[in-house]
Design a protein around this ligand. Structure first.
Ligand SMILES: Nc1ncnc2c1ncn2[C@@H]1O[C@H](COP(=O)(O)OP(=O)(O)OP(=O)(O)O)[C@@H](O)[C@H]1O
Length: 208
């Protein structure tokens, strides 16, 4: 099992956000968390990456506790944490850097292909701080997808993307899953989820 969530409960103070959630995602599957604003999708994704501790319950990712050391992060790529970048490095330099530190070859065509998919070709020499919010989202996705991974944890990857890029990234994620990768994401976009081929898991706000 790639992701195994058992009876996970999250409270913020006296507010119950997730109440005994179970979720199992086998390797090579794509799951989209859906549900109204505030239903706990981002909270659950943070728990799956280990960036947040549930108040109760257990989570394992590839058989180990999430967030556990460098080995975990070699398998898992995510857009859940706040984006950051190095001042003075261009979009392309960031992508090269991420590819190199993950043992890849920046010249093998993978980055070029991603830049085409995400419409970043004309922005390779730009500094991330000068990008629009949609361009920044594309850059963040590229920096996440350029890493080799077995599990992608994405929080509303379609957010702020124009229609063409949305379709291209959906196709890219579908191929990632067809090649054996596992995807869990939050999404408010029916068409995008269908493009990815992701199964739906509906979260509802717990009764209080
Ligand atoms: N750090 C926090 N402290 C207190 N409450 C929080 C915190 N983070 C989230 N919440 C609350 O937890 C609930 C779930 O938030 P979460 O962001 O997980 O929902 P979501 O389903 O991802 O929403 P959206 O569709 O708007 O992105 C909300 O009521 C939110 O106000």
């Amino acid at each position: 099992m790639a992701v195994d969530v058992r009876q996970v409960t999250v409270r913020y103070g006296s507010t119950l956000v997730l109440d005994g959630i179970d979720l199992r995602i086998p390797e090579g599957a794509a799951v989209a968390l859906v549900g109204e604003n505030g239903s706990g999708k981002s909270t659950l994704l943070r728990c799956v990456t280990g960036l947040q501790e549930p108040s109760a319950g257990d989570i394992s990712v590839f058989g180990t506790a999430p967030g556990c050391g460098a080995t975990f992060w070699r398998h898992v790529a995510t857009t859940v944490e706040s984006p950051s970048w190095y001042q003075g490095l261009t979009v392309r330099e960031h992508l090269d850097l991420v590819r190199v530190v993950n043992g890849g070859d920046p010249g093998d065509g993978h980055i070029d292909e991603l830049c085409v998919t995400l419409g970043l070709i004309g922005l390779c020499d730009s500094l991330p701080s000068t990008l629009s919010s949609g361009q920044r989202q594309r850059f963040l996705l590229a920096a996440t997808l350029v890493r080799p991974s077995r599990l992608l944890v994405l929080d509303e990857p379609e957010q702020r993307l124009d229609t063409r890029i949305k379709g291209a990234i959906a196709a890219h994620l579908r191929m990632y899953v067809q090649a054996g990768g596992t995807l869990v994401m939050a999404s408010h976009d029916d068409g995008f989820r269908a493009g990815v081929g992701a199964g739906e898991v509906v979260l509802t706000r717990p009764e209080v």
